[in-house]
Every structure is written in C-alpha cells, then in structure tokens.
Design a protein around this ligand. Structure first.
Ligand code: HEC
Length: 126
C-alpha cells in the first residue's frame, strides 16, 4: 500500500514536472486555434421573431429609463419618441459622436436590427 501510494505521488510529481514547461510557455502559446473550435462547437442561439425583438430589447432599457420608459430622475424619456430620432441618437452614441457615460458602450452592444426594432417599439408606445 505505501509503495503504491508512493508511486502515485511520484507519478503525480512527474506529471506536474512534465507540465511545468508547458505552463511556462502558456502565455506565448498560440491560443488562436482554440477559439474557432470553441465557437464552432457552440451553436447559435435561436433567432428571436422580428415582432418580439423590439419589446425584448426595450426591457433592457427600462432599468435606467424607467419601467414605463418615461424617464426616471435625470434619465431622458424614450416612450413615444420619434423612431428616427432614437435611431440617430443610438448611432451617434455608437460612433462616439455624442457624449455618453453608458450609452456608447451599450449601443455598441446592439445590432442595427436591434436598434431599429427597439426604436420602433418605443415610438409606438403611447
Ligand atoms: C445603465 C443605464 C442605461 C440603460 C440600460 C439604457 N440607457 Fe439610455 N441613457 C442612459 C444615460 C445615462 C443616458 C444619457 C447619456 C449617457 O450618459 O450615456 C441615456 C440616454 C439615452 C438616449 C438619448 C436620449 C436623449 O434625449 O438625449 C437614448 C435615445 C437612449 N438612452 C436609449 C436607450 C435605449 C434604446 C436603451 C435600451 C436598449 C437604453 N437607452 C438603455 C442610461 C441607460
């Protein structure tokens, strides 16, 4: 038993030692091939029906702009605003042409389709 235990430890030490050079090289090792493989293994999420997209994206705006999108505190109202005006504002945030604390980063996380859908959704609210 002690012998097998000792052998196990020796084996473990050997494996750790054998792994060390690989670890030392880790930062320089090309990580690029792993990324496409991981991406390929992850299936794209199912598409959201276009009719539901605007309402879904709008839910992410409500936390700051108010659950009814009428603005809270200093937050601007989004409800019932002209869709084209909202799209222009979002694109200006995206392009860093308009000062923002959070909207620049937030709008760059949305696709054009999402910006269009959420703007249309908000504009239609009365
Ligand atoms: C984390 C809080 C936060 C969230 C979430 C958020 N906003 Fe904003 N929004 C702001 C702030 C703060 C401003 C003022 C500009 C700035 O500082 O970024 C703003 C400004 C805007 C403006 C400009 C309005 C005007 O009259 O100047 C629009 C349009 C807008 N947001 C749309 C949206 C939409 C659409 C969403 C959801 C996709 C959203 N926001 C989500 C915080 C938020």
């Amino acid at each position: 038993m002690p012998t097998r235990f000792g052998a196990a430890i020796a084996g473990g030490v050997f494996l750790i030692m054998a792994g060390l050079p690989a670890l030392a090289q880790a930062p320089a090792a090309p990580a690029a091939p792993a990324a496409p493989a991981a991406a390929a293994a992850t299936p794209a999420p199912p598409a959201i029906p276009a009719a539901q997209l605007g309402g879904l994206v709008a839910q992410t705006c409500g936390g700051c702009h108010g659950a009814d999108y009428k603005g809270v505190g200093g937050m601007p109202t989004l409800r019932g605003r002209d869709a084209a005006e909202l799209i222009v504002a979002m694109n200006e945030f995206r392009a860093n042409q308009r000062y923002s604390t959070v909207m620049g980063r937030l709008s760059r996380g949305l696709t054009e389709a999402e910006i269009s859908a959420v703007s249309t959704y908000l504009a239609a609210l009365r």
